[in-house]
Design a protein around this ligand. Structure first.
Ligand SMILES: C[S@@+](CC[C@H](N)C(=O)[O-])C[C@H]1O[C@@H](n2cnc3c(N)ncnc32)[C@H](O)[C@@H]1O
Length: 311
């Protein structure tokens, strides 16, 4: 048990990581503080053991595998390789999605002047993390990260490296329950809901089949945001390449719910909001900078993204 500190992050990237061959010892983090970062276990502050379920593939760890990270286990790598056999461009999708994150957050922090960010489905830390981009514009930026995966929880330490002038916080919560996210006292302690907030929900909604009504879940969050707030979404699509649909099927076969959506379906998430130029497009076409490869095709990327404002 670790009191007052988050658990140490595992580094399970290689098969020769014997310490992680067996399930890690349960850790029960207490509410605590790390520099300017805040650490919470759950909205209610309840303590629970971290079970990484290393024998089952997890979307966060498969994504880390595509991005060339080291935080994945054999089950994740095998499932990711099956997904890559269906859609060999999955690494390109993941990389372009991260590049979109950087450009969209930079735009929100600089041009739109946003200083508060709520990022749901944060994922395993990947450089640069959202707070590093936002605080690169203004070190006073305040960022709340939220994810429901225990592996992300174990890595929260890396997400809490806020600039001294700002703050980062981590919530162990599930997007299926927006009410518990919104009710988290820690959320309200960190973000001022009378001021605009940029909500990002990147590369997660395709893990929500229609039966989960992800449109209602996002709407519940957006309704709580003050005027002048923003919603940013990225989402996998099979509009340009059937391989992305086969990838979703391979996720489902691995026990991970997944559903691609068309452009019109994804636009529904932005109902009632003002979608910024250039609208909903494949992520590499959203305000590209010099780092975006000009020869990329929509099919290779197969991820839509947009940023919208609540008027
Ligand atoms: C593909 S990763 C995306 C990471 C990051 N947002 C990005 O775009 O680079 C999807 C993340 O969503 C998280 N996730 C999946 N289902 C979730 C849920 N029901 N509630 C909260 N997070 C969830 C996963 O744990 C994973 O970290």
């Amino acid at each position: 048990m670790i009191n007052g500190e988050p658990p140490e992050s595992p580094s399970p990237g290689t098969e020769s990581a014997p310490a992680l061959a067996s399930p890690p010892a349960p850790v029960v983090p207490e509410i605590g503080k790390l520099g300017a970062g805040k650490w919470w276990t759950s909205p209610s502050g309840e303590h629970r053991a971290v079970d990484l379920k290393t024998d089952q593939p997890h979307s966060a760890r498969m994504y880390d595998y595509y991005l060339g990270g080291k935080d994945h286990f054999r089950a994740d790598r095998e499932a990711a390789e099956r997904a890559l056999a269906s859609f060999p461009n999955a690494r390109t999708s993941a990389r372009e999605n991260r590049a979109f994150l950087v450009r969209s957050i930079r735009h929100l922090a600089s041009t739109a002047g946003i200083r508060q960010f709520l990022d749901i489905g944060t994922g395993i830390p990947t450089s640069p993390n959202l707070h590093e981009v936002a605080q690169g514009v203004d070190p006073r930026a305040r960022v709340v990260y939220a994810d429901n995966d225990p592996i992300v929880l174990t890595h929260a330490r890396a997400l809490l490296t806020s600039a001294a002038e700002g703050v980062t916080a981590y919530l162990d919560v599930d997007l299926h329950s927006p009410e518990s996210i919104l009710a988290a006292p820690q959320l309200r302690d960190t973000l001022d809901f009378s001021q605009p907030i940029a909500l990002s929900v990147l590369a997660i909604l395709h893990f929500f089949p229609d039966a989960d009504d992800p449109f209602a879940l996002v709407d519940e969050l957006v309704r709580e945001l003050p005027t002048g707030s923003y919603l940013t979404i990225t989402h996998a699509t099979a509009d340009y390449d059937d391989g992305m649909e086969r990838l979703a099927a391979s996720y489902r076969a691995s026990g991970i719910p997944a559903q691609t959506r068309s452009r019109d379906e994804i636009l529904r998430f932005f109902d009632g909001l003002e979608v910024l130029d250039p609208g909903l497009c494949t992520v590499h076409r959203w305000r590209p900078d010099a780092d975006v490869r000009s020869d990329l095709t929509d099919g290779e990327v197969s991820f839509y993204g947009a940023v919208a404002r609540k008027a």
